[in-house]
Design a protein around this ligand. Structure first.
Ligand code: NSP
Length: 225
């Protein structure tokens, strides 16, 4: 522990420092910053909502592949944490449906935009048995962490977030979600510590790819690309 209930400095923290510019672009994107500043264009928010619902459906399949690798390659408590993740994705899907109604987004009519399709393809590639549990769990951790950090910023001191968007920000910005991301980070660091160098390299590449894809996802929500 780092003394503050967080995560001890490990490989993932080193990557966050080494690739700080990219991490910042993913977690302080103009779209989420505009939510914090209360200036977000609500059409943009609606677009993000519909696209993210589609993404989360694919994310469930991705997490199922992480779970499978976990069962095949590790012992211990990881499985319980990943199962908890699947449960919270089930809540997330129900939340999206409710929120879509609130914002008059017809989910049945949403089709994935290019950056979303690209991200989903990346997620689908994890069904390959050759991709190790280390790479998969690290990828899972950073995907969740980008949302956690982005939305926590929207509810930190000084925010002007619109009251009707606070529920969205709390969904990923809450202290509970942060703790969950920290448990994933500890698992990723433990796996990375014991992994061969080529797996560590692949995991770092996947980490960077996620940051790129997350930036693309926010850009897409803002500009319909
Ligand atoms: C694009 C994206 N990245 C991450 C998350 C968090 N589950 C999400 N809902 N959407």
């Amino acid at each position: 522990m780092d003394g503050g209930g967080g995560v001890e400095a490990g490989t993932t923290a080193a990557w966050m420092a080494r690739h700080g510019g990219m991490y910042e672009r993913a977690t302080r994107h103009p779209f989420t910053v505009s939510i914090r500043e209360g200036t977000v264009d609500l059409a943009t928010f609606r677009r993000w909502l519909g696209q993210d619902y589609m993404f989360v459906k694919e994310f469930v399949a991705f997490l199922a592949s992480v779970l499978l690798k976990c069962c095949r390659q590790t012992e211990g408590l990881d499985m319980e944490i990943i199962l908890g993740g699947l449960t919270s994705l089930s809540d997330e899907l129900s939340w999206f449906k409710k929120e879509a109604e609130k914002w008059s987004v017809n989910l049945a009519e949403v089709s994935p935009l290019r950056s979303n399709t690209e991200y989903c393809r990346f997620l689908q590639s994890f069904s390959e048995p050759e991709i190790s549990y280390t790479v998969a769990i690290t990828t899972f951790w950073i995907i969740e962490t980008v949302y956690q950090d982005s939305f926590a910023f929207c509810i930190e001191e000084g925010n002007k977030t619109l009251p009707e968007l606070l529920g969205t920000c709390q969904r990923w910005g809450s202290p509970e979600f942060k703790q969950y991301c920290q448990s994933l980070q500890r698992i990723a660091d433990r796996c990375l510590e014991n992994a061969p160098a080529d797996a560590v390299r692949s995991a770092e590449e996947a980490f960077l790819r996620v940051l790129e894809l997350e930036i693309g996802f926010w850009d897409m929500s803002s500009s319909q690309s």
